[in-house]
Ligand binder design. Structure first.
Ligand code: GLY
Length: 406
């Protein structure tokens, strides 16, 4: 079938986004504000030293507290992803080679169905590598990884199961808000292959999350548990954020949701996802507990318990706001808010001094406060989404599209 005819047929079938693949190119922009240039200089110094550690050990950085981890860790893909972003910024082959070598460490994970984080793990490295280089071997790995993720989908619930059932926690089919990010892997693999099952699963998971994971005020808990046979919602719960499950508003979780629904609008063109993302953004930007520098506390609902910040929540949110600003009638407000977050993160209060901070880029990122884990330190995903947010910012201030649609 000729491409226009095929496109028409697929559009009539409701498959709007098929074959509208994306590409990213090394940046090549004229305007780079001094604070952004400084951030990338710091990031390059830190990441070169980190890369040497990675190549010596075969392990991948997670945080100061947990150090370098095996490729099975949910965070393992972020550092290779950061290397792809440094290649995007510099256009230099040295960074490309480093990104390729670190990405190659992740290859075996394409068949690891242990948890839903295969999306985080594989999209950040192979996904970015594919968008930048078109490497056909990466394409195959992305498709395989997406198929692995679908093994966690249940047609009865219409959801991907994030974690295993847990008797102690009384979890039968736990879904965490973070899971929204993993849908990007499914959508990318769908566009490559035309396999509509992948799209169906992503849309079903997003729709059900939109319906059951959010409270009326647009906050959400970390965990929602479902009845596996009927798909009925059982309860709200927590693992990260506050343990007050009726009110818990874990800051990174709010950012995962904002990012995920913005991405689902990009991938499907369905305006209900855009509206949902706008409502999340409006809720967060007008939250009385949003600090003046816009780097959220660990949980919006409980700053009286701790005023610890989470730079990763700010980095994910800033990157999402950059993208949302390109789709929304309220784009200016979202762009300015994301810009403010990126500027705060790029200030000496959050940006590490070169040669310190165990070679991570951002300070004051918090893993899990109530579990006393990875507190007020570094997180590889804070660094990754910070780089992504800065690249998106540079493209936008230079009048360029975030992605080239081909
Ligand atoms: N996805 C787990 C976390 O954000 O901590």
């Amino acid at each position: 079938m000729k491409r226009p005819v095929l496109l028409l047929a697929l559009t009539l079938l409701g498959c709007q986004s098929i074959l509208t693949a994306r590409q990213m190119h090394p940046l090549q922009v004229k305007v780079v504000p001094a604070w952004v240039a400084n951030a990338f200089t710091v990031a390059q110094t830190q990441s070169e030293a980190m890369y040497n550690e990675v190549m010596k050990t075969g392990l991948l950085p997670r945080s100061i507290q947990r150090g370098l981890q095996p490729k099975t860790d949910w965070t393992a893909g972020f550092f290779p992803g950061t290397l792809w972003y440094l290649y995007t910024y510099t256009g230099e082959d040295t960074w490309k080679t480093r990104a390729e070598k670190a990405t190659a460490l992740m290859e075996g994970e394409q068949n690891n169905a242990f948890d839903h984080d295969i999306g985080f793990k594989m999209y950040s490295c192979f996904g970015n590598g594919y968008l930048l280089t078109g490497n056909k071997a990466y394409r195959h790995i992305i498709f395989r990884s997406a198929k692995t993720l679908t093994s966690r989908y249940s047609y009865k619930t219409g959801l991907i199961m994030s974690w295993e059932p847990d008797v102690k926690r009384d979890w039968l089919f736990p879904v965490i808000i973070d899971n929204m990010i993993n849908l990007e892997l499914l959508m990318e693999a769908y566009k490559m292959s035309g396999d509509t099952t992948l799209r169906h699963i992503a849309v079903s998971h997003a729709d059900k999350t939109m319906k059951y994971h959010y409270r009326k005020d647009m906050s959400c808990p970390h965990v929602v548990d479902y009845e596996p046979e009927t798909g009925a919602m059982r309860k709200y719960d927590w693992n990260n954020g506050s343990d007050d499950t009726a009110h818990s508003t874990w800051s990174r979780g709010q950012s995962w949701g904002l990012y995920g629904f913005t991405m689902m609008y990009r991938e499907t063109g369905d305006r209900k996802y855009l509206q949902h993302a706008e409502k999340i953004a409006d809720f967060l930007l007008s939250h009385p507990n949003m600090p003046e520098d816009m780097i959220p506390y660990w949980d919006y609902s409980a700053p009286e318990r701790s005023k610890m910040r989470d730079a990763s929540a700010a980095a994910v949110m800033a990157s999402a706001l950059m993208e949302l600003s390109t789709y929304s009638a309220r784009g200016k407000k979202y762009f300015e808010a994301g810009e403010k977050q990126l500027k705060s993160l790029s200030s000496p209060a959050y940006l590490a001094k070169p040669g310190t901070h165990k070679n991570f880029i951002l300070m004051h990122a918090t893993g899990n406060l109530l579990r006393n884990s990875e507190l007020d330190g570094a997180l590889s995903y804070a660094d990754y989404y910070y780089m992504e947010g800065l690249l998106r910012y540079l493209r936008l201030i230079n009048g360029k599209e975030l992605y080239k649609v081909i």
